[in-house]
Ligand binder design. Sequence first.
Ligand code: BEZ
Length: 211
Amino acid sequence: MGLRLGDIAPDFKAITTEGEISFHEYLGNSWGILFSHPADYTPVCTTELGKTALLAEEFRKRNVKVLALSVDPLDKHKGWVNDINETQHTEVHFPIIADEDKHVAGLYDMIHPNASETFTVRSLFVIGPDKKVKLTLTYPASTGRNFHEVLRVIDSLQLTANYSVATPADWKEGEDVIVVPAVSTEDAIKKFPKGVRVVKPYLRYTPQPNK
Ligand code: BEZ
């Protein structure tokens, strides 16, 4: 059984390109992203790590620490980072775990044997400051993830955590958000001074509170 939303993200110690880390200590009070890649020196993975590095400032602004993983060894990671920097016109500064013994891959169920016996799939976990799993994504090796979507879901998760609102389909930063069912319309009117638009008793919108 893999990890489910609301579970505590398992703690671990690991060797990374930025030295040995202890996962929960590394996260501290930040949000976190732990994401796996099938293998070093592969094309899709190269673009994914490059894109993540290019978006480093966006992750920093949202108080998110990023941690990548593949089951290849540390010296291979280090050589590959040079290629990522060169080809993707960036500098990778986040740690990449060298999970040679597949310890972390096992804890997070990142190897799906019917896809590959040896390599991790593209798993991604968003972890909250409470160390609980807030979101999981699983993509096959052949499809690169959309890191703007990852930022979008972090924005949504942080809005829910801070303001008790949800976000509708295809929501984008700056658009109206949804009042969660647990908040009555009476309370919502007090809580959201920018106004509450009631479409149905269960479908209520308010302007994004932190804009
Ligand atoms: C890639 O990262 O390009 C990749 C890795 C494994 C299988 C297919 C593609």
